[in-house]
Design a protein around this ligand. Structure first.
Ligand code: KG4
Ligand code: ZN
Length: 330
């Protein structure tokens, strides 16, 4: 069975052809560059760029997969959560193609896609497991009882981890997206140079807005020159604070829920310091970690196709009046 995946919930226009559950025949991602000079995603510009790119990205996905449009059996498309104006572009495109080809389509929760990216990376993974989704829009800890049966056990109370990377990068004078910039800048920095706070939040929830404010006050107090003299140390100190929170909460939840596998996905999961630290600390607790390869961590359509495939296979269909959702829970 061939599923076309379409993802346009933020600033990546993406399409993928997936064969059955895990066979990625193509996975095309066009990352919009238009936002970098604004230090964050501008929703209006994102929608316009999706409009400009969607036809060529889908064409390329079909061509790289060496198939023709009539070979497709179904379409899986992100219907939320995300920027509504952006989701509408992919959703309307999927509806039109479904109508024209007379094949079904299903709306997919983007967060379920991030869970499925781990299952794409390792088809042998066995639920129950715990999934940490860390991206620009989300920081969620999800207990996966079985595919399709999820319990969100923790979330951020304010900023997402990736959002904190992006905002602090801006304070440091680095460009968007901030995560990779901070990781690069931190490579030879001292992580104990500045002691930024780790929020103490009950249960498995996270909070990153206090950390962002602490960085702001620190820079105000020390003056602009500290950025030039100690950018590497400041980047490393901030990154360490985020990683401490993520690792601490994820492993606490994994132990309490008695799972033996922890998956980590979403853009922030590309961070090599997080990957290393989580893997080492989890191993000490006899927990196995699974990080998808970076092209599956960041937003992509293969993960949307993978999440949609079992739905399409079991006969699930979305109606032509399916709405886009800015917010959506698992
Ligand atoms: O999953 P994603 O591509 O899109 C969303 O659904 O948000 O994640 C993008 C986020 C951005 O905030 C970006 O700064 C962050 O992931 N990110 C990173 C790294 N690479 C991307 N954060 C920390 N370290 C990285 N290496
Ligand atoms: Zn995402």
């Amino acid at each position: 069975m061939l599923t076309l995946g379409i993802e346009t919930s933020c600033d990546e226009t993406a399409a993928s052809v997936l064969e059955d559950a895990t066979g990625i025949r193509s996975n095309i991602v066009s990352s919009q560059l238009v936002h970098s000079k604004f230090g964050g995603v501008v929703p209006e510009l994102a929608s316009r760029d999706h409009m400009r790119l969607i036809v060529s990205v889908v064409r390329e996905a079909v061509s790289v997969a060496s198939v023709q449009l009539p070979d497709l059996d179904g379409i899986a498309v992100t219907c939320g959560p995300g920027l509504v104006g952006s989701i509408i572009v992919g959703l309307c495109f999927a509806k039109a193609l479904s109508y024209a080809l007379d094949i079904p389509f299903v709306g997919v929760n983007h967060l379920e896609g991030h869970i499925y990216s781990a299952m794409l990376a390792d088809p042998c993974i066995q639920p129950p497991f715990l999934g940490l989704i860390v991206s620009g829009g989300h920081t969620d800890l999800v207990y996966v009882r079985r595919p399709g049966d999820y319990e969100t056990v923790g979330s951020t109370l304010d900023d997402a981890a990736g959002e904190a990377f992006d905002k602090v990068a801006k304070l440091y004078g680095l460009s968007y997206p901030g995560g990779p910039e901070i990781e690069r800048a931190s490579s030879d920095g001292q992580s104990d140079f500045a002691r930024f706070p780790r929020a103490s939040v009950d249960g498995y929830d996270f909070s990153f807005s206090g950390l962002k404010t602490a960085v702001l006050y620190y820079l105000r107090e020390k003056g602009e020159s500290v950025k030039e003299e100690h950018l590497h140390d400041l980047a490393s100190s901030f990154q360490q604070a985020v990683i401490d929170s993520l690792v601490g909460k994820a492993l606490k939840a994994a132990c309490d829920y008695g799972v033996k596998t922890l998956t980590v996905s979403g853009g922030v999961a590309s961070n090599s310091v997080l990957r290393e630290r989580m893997t080492v600390d989890a191993r000490q607790r006899d927990i196995q970690t699974l990080f998808p390869p970076i092209h599956l961590c960041t937003d992509n359509a293969a993960m949307i196709a993978a999440a949609g495939y079992p739905k399409l296979k079991s006969g699930q269909r979305s109606p032509m009046d399916l709405k886009p959702f800015a917010r959506m829970h698992l």
